[in-house]
Design a binder for this molecule. Sequence first.
Ligand code: ADP
Length: 300
Amino acid sequence: KILVVGSVNIDLVIKTERIPSLGETVSGSGFSTICGGKGANQAVAIAKSGGDVTMLACVGDDVYGKMAISNLNQAGVCPAVKVCDNAPTGVAVITVCGGDNHIILDAGANGLVTIEMIAANEALFQAADIVVLQLEIPMEAVETAARLAKKHGCTVVLNPAPFQPLSRALILNVDLFVPNEFEASQVVGFEISGKEQVKKAICALEEMGIKQPVITLGAQGSAFRYGGEVVFQPAFRVTAVDTTAAGDTFIGGICACLCRGLTLKESVRYASAASAIAVSRFGASVSVPSKEEVLTFLSL
Ligand code: ADP
């Protein structure tokens, strides 16, 4: 059983030819309302990879909250979602202009995932084998969740995104740490470019007390320690269409596989295939492939 404790957002996306200047109105097109939030995306990715997953989160008492819960249900995630009447559902307003985007985020109800709410749901931690965390809810909630997960013998997975400084106490409670290249460089304090630097970063993370780091490197794949060596899993070659949620798909895939008893190496290979497929399609959690699709892709 897997428990995700994290964020639920709705992305309001609009395309425009030009970013408006102050006071100006420009025409946009292709408006879409997309279910997102790193926590929810990872939960959906786990469910699509056949994992038994529950999501602990907060939404507002509004139409977006209903939409987010129904999206989780549809994907096969069990939602342990509190509906709060004192904040709106988390929303990201995204303007896409050419290859660039501008994002304004209101965390809304995600900010209401409190220490008390985590403690009130201890039974979910007791039932879980793996607990998956990101940093789109208050840091003290993440720290409490990690502590409670350890108390119940769960494997703690942390995706340190969006990056924030991490306390030593949190770091020591993490079993599997999955940053992208940028987040990893923030933690170790030096830029990571090239394989030697990646190896150095993995050693630096281990020296900080992180048990198992897996660094994702975008189209370059990922790196982790296996059997004493730092090994590189190259990315599968695809035509990249939309890299949104590549990392979330990757983490979901790893967690679902580890929970089934696969080795880290096998899990990373599956996750790389799943995220490569997601990158080859438009959308966030809608682009995450099913387990069957990934297994077919891997056997080709
Ligand atoms: P994030 O989305 O968190 O920044 P990355 O960009 O590192 O994460 O991507 C996560 C994983 O997704 C990579 O390790 C890789 O396996 C896969 N991936 C990302 N971009 C591509 C790509 N262009 N082609 C194939 N696989 C990719």
